[in-house]
Design a binder for this molecule. Structure first.
Ligand code: GLN
Length: 479
């Protein structure tokens, strides 16, 4: 069978379950596709061929049909898996092999989903362009001169280039949704507490959440059904039943109330606005109703996010000391060893975050920055809570622009931070949100963000799926 790699996870699952194709055949085709195109994209840091084939053989032995059995998936390089290298794209973790499986990995293995490798990312998930990887930058499959977004840029680019049908990423302030938007894929950040973070290398623990990238929302729904749920190893997971996301995805959206906040559209480039408006029109034609809402604290979200996330990062990253994990620099005494290891092991952006974080947590500035940011975070959360009294979902653009050129923003961190302007407030509130592609401007994809109340991923996926049915297919294989 030709072009297996172009098929969605759902299509692959069907062919495998009907016995028309084996998981081994699918996995071999996917590995071949990676070999053929990844030199150009650089989406992968490691490809685990032997492990993947073994997992596929095991999936083929199982006779019972379960969701995604035998379907390949890639993991962002900050999700730990047993006996496989996991580096967070950092020199400081080069040579670190997982001693256990992250909970999501355990669940995927139990479901006989086939892990093929680890995808490139911004070092420790800090970035919006994937230019902060200590391995290589990643190219956007729609235009190789441009970034795929970040920090899960490798995951998004791999899915967009049909190197794999699904990938897991992590989203702290937008790192699944923003690269999904820039690569024309679907990216979901679940509610904080919906998916276990056990085995996800921590960046900012009160914001981090594992997310899913695929080429349609049904594939995302299937994956979420496998990885969601309470976990004894992550006390922030919540014991709420995992709904049948697939069963709920096709509900009628007549009467659905969609909140539109002017704060997310003021100053938006008119071409981007036009694409979002066209998508909203389609939803309105299906019976949805647009309602104005006021998210007045949105303007504080970038500064609040960078204070809180950097503060937590400075604490979380203190564990990389040359003793416990990965890289260790040569030195005559322990003090020098710590300093040299961290100086040589961390990249510029990570050091910048550690410095910002240490500053805002220092005794002289704690009240002015960290405490204040925590208070504003509460206001942002309340803003959303008020909005959800009147609406079912909120729709915004995912990003202010389409994919930018490599190098365009890397010398100006503030400019780079602003690419997250539409995603960070949702993370601060702990809400779920998904980016779905709604069209192209000059050949580059545009994403629309759908946000719901806590634990209503079923509704987000429902709206996205209905929209996709109206929009029609996207032709992915560009390279
Ligand atoms: N781009 C944001 C940052 O650099 C978000 C990162 C993320 O969500 N992991 O912090």
């Amino acid at each position: 069978m030709n072009n297996i790699h172009k098929l969605s996870a759902t299509e692959l699952e069907k062919l495998i379950s009907e016995g028309k194709i084996t998981s081994v055949q699918v996995t071999k085709d996917i590995l071949e596709r990676i070999e053929n195109v990844d030199d150009k994209i650089k989406a992968f840091i490691t490809v685990e061929k032997d492990h993947a084939i073994k997992a596929a053989e095991k999936a083929d032995e199982i006779k019972e049909n379960t969701p995604l059995r035998g379907v390949p998936i890639a993991l962002k390089d900050n999700i730990v898996s047993l006996d496989e290298e996991t580096t967070s794209a950092s020199k400081i973790l080069k040579g670190y092999y997982g001693t256990y499986d992250a909970t999501v990995v355990r669940k995927l293995k139990e479901a006989n989903v086939v892990l093929v490798g680890k995808t490139n990312m911004d070092e420790f998930a800090m970035g919006s362009s994937n230019e902060n990887s200590s391995f290589s930058s990643v190219s956007n499959p729609w235009d190789l001169e441009r970034v795929p977004g970040g920090s899960s840029g490798g995951a998004a680019a791999a899915v967009a280039a049909c190197e794999v049908p699904i990938a897991l990423g992590s989203d702290t302030g937008g790192s699944v949704r923003q690269p999904a938007a820039l690569t024309g894929t679907v990216g979901l950040k679940p509610t904080y507490g919906r998916v276990s973070r056990y085995g996800l290398m921590a960046f900012s623990s009160s914001l981090d959440q594992i997310g899913i990238i695929a080429r349609n929302s049904l594939d995302v729904a299937k994956t979420l059904g496998i990885i969601a749920g309470v976990d004894e190893y992550d006390s922030t997971t919540v014991d709420i039943e995992v709904p049948d996301y697939v069963g709920l995805i096709n509900r009628d959206i007549k009467g659905l109330k969609i909140g539109i906040s002017k704060q997310f559209f003021e100053g938006l480039n008119p071409e981007m606005k036009e694409k979002i408006d066209e998508a909203l029109d389609k939803l309105v034609k299906m019976g949805a109703i647009l309602v104005d809402i006021d998210l007045k604290y949105t303007k504080y979200s970038i500064s609040t996010y960078y204070i809180i996330s950097s503060a937590e990062a400075s604490s979380n990253l203190s564990r990389y000391d040359g003793v416990r994990y990965g890289y260790r620099a040569d030195a005559d005494n322990i003090e020098d060893m710590y300093v040299k290891t961290r100086t040589e092991g961390f990249g510029t952006e990570v050091k910048r975050r550690i410095m910002i974080g240490s500053y805002v947590l220092s005794s002289g500035f704690y009240d002015a920055y960290f405490k204040k940011a925590s208070q504003v975070r509460r206001l942002i959360k309340d803003d959303f809570a008020n909005a959800f009294k009147n609406v079912d979902v909120i729709i915004t653009p995912t990003t202010p622009t389409t994919a930018f050129k490599k190098g365009e923003k890397s010398s100006n961190p503030i400019d780079m931070y602003l690419s997250d302007i539409y995603t960070v407030s949702i993370s601060l509130a702990g809400l779920p949100a998904l980016s779905v592609p709604v069209g192209f401007i000059n050949g580059l994809p545009v994403g629309m963000q759908i946000i719901s109340n806590y634990f209503r991923e079923d509704l987000i996926l429902n709206v996205a799926h209905k929209y996709e049915m109206e929009r029609g297919e996207i032709e992915y294989e560009r390279i």
